[in-house]
Design a protein around this ligand. Structure first.
Ligand SMILES: [Zn+2]
Length: 109
């Protein structure tokens, strides 16, 4: 089994065109995945394994499309540098289990 297959086995279709992580979660609400002997964020693994993007040290991943931390659709994310991310202050606002109804802008649990 390739890492990509191992990764996809822990996902399921989410709301809209989200791809939800159903594997292990860490305390900060983000899923994690073991890759090359270390655990990384599942959303980061998505970019690496599915998006084919190389993440540099200090880079983080922002859910620009759906703002759901459980989502691992690489199309819903954007790589941001650490300083840019702090400026945006996104992480405090993201609720990992939030969802929203089609056409509504309100996120609820
Ligand atoms: Zn999504």
């Amino acid at each position: 089994m390739t890492p990509r297959e191992r990764f996809l086995a822990k996902t399921q279709p989410g709301p809209g065109d989200c791809l939800d992580w159903i594997g292990a979660f860490s305390g900060n609400g983000y899923g994690y995945f073991w890759l090359d002997g270390k655990s990384i964020g599942a959303h980061c693994a998505a970019l690496i394994l599915i998006g084919g993007i190389e993440l540099g040290p200090g880079d983080t991943v922002d859910h620009v499309v759906c703002r759901r931390t459980v989502c691992v659709n690489d199309d819903h994310m954007e790589v941001v540098t650490r300083s840019e991310n702090t400026k945006r202050g996104n992480y405090a606002r993201v609720d990992p289990f939030a969802s929203r109804r089609e056409g509504e802008d309100v996120w609820t649990r």
